[in-house]
Design a protein around this ligand. Sequence first.
Ligand code: KG4
Ligand code: ZN
Length: 338
Amino acid sequence: MLTLGIETSCDDTAASVVRDGSYALSSVVSSQDDIHSKYGGIVPELASRRHIEMIIPVVDEALIRAGVALSDIDGLAVTEGPGLVGSILVGLNFAKSVAYAAKKPLAGVNHIAAHPLAAFLKETPEADVPDFPFVALIASGGHTTLVRYDGFADYAILGSTLDDAAGEAFDKVAKLLGLGFPGGAIIDGLAKAGDPRAFDFTRPYMGKTSLDFSFSGIKTAALEHVRAFKEELTPDAVSGIAASFQEAVVDVLVVKAIRALERTGSNRLVVAGGVACNSRLRLRLQEAATEADARLFMPAPRYCSDNAAMIAVMGFNQLQKGASASLDLNARPTWEGF
Ligand code: KG4
Ligand code: ZN
């Protein structure tokens, strides 16, 4: 069965063809970083306009790369929310039109809940995928959430950020350091040359039993370190602040993820979201999972950041259960619990 996934929740236009909810035959992502970087953040109006320009070429490209025609597709999956309403509506209306015209079933998908399902994408039939139940750490630009999954669309939130998301903290600290937007990958790169103990950063909420997160204090600490340098922020200071900040965020994410495993009695951890591309987080999670005797499932970076293959995996499973959305499916910019 072939599922066409469509994703436009934020600033990337993405489409993917996935076979049997397991094999990504194509995954096309058109980034808008070039548009938003000069504003230091995403401009919603510009995001939706670019989605309108890109949606048809991106879907076409996904079909071409998969070597299939629209008539071969068995069902569509589209991001219903959460995200920017103007962005979601572009993908949603497009998917509804195609589903109607081509007489295909359509699934509306929760973007955040779909992130960890990237772990079900296989490169080979032998590739390992997680069994249920598992714990997922979802760390993206808008979310930092620990979720217990008992089935594909059967999940319960264990903890969330009380203020900034981890990715948002990376982006804000990058801005303070005069780096570009989005800043997560830039900090990741610079931190390799920095000393993670050079600057003092508290680890908020780490000592608490709660599975919630708080990252705004870490961001404020970064601001104070930058201010202490006045105009003389040297390259060494930039990489030192980047490394020390990153280490603090990674410490908190790792401790809480392992704590969530203990709390749920699960020994399977899935990590997803753009921050799951972070090289230091990937290494530290690997070490922590080995120590905790847990299985770690980390999708390849291209399936951690926003993509439509994860949407297709969730949509495929919803459609298998017979859940086909009607044409009055509407955008859900906010989604209770997420
Ligand atoms: O999941 P995603 O692609 O989009 C959202 O749904 O938000 O996540 C984007 C976020 C951005 O904040 C970006 O800075 C962060 O993921 N990110 C990273 C890295 N790559 C992307 N953060 C830390 N290290 C990275 N290597
Ligand atoms: Zn995302």
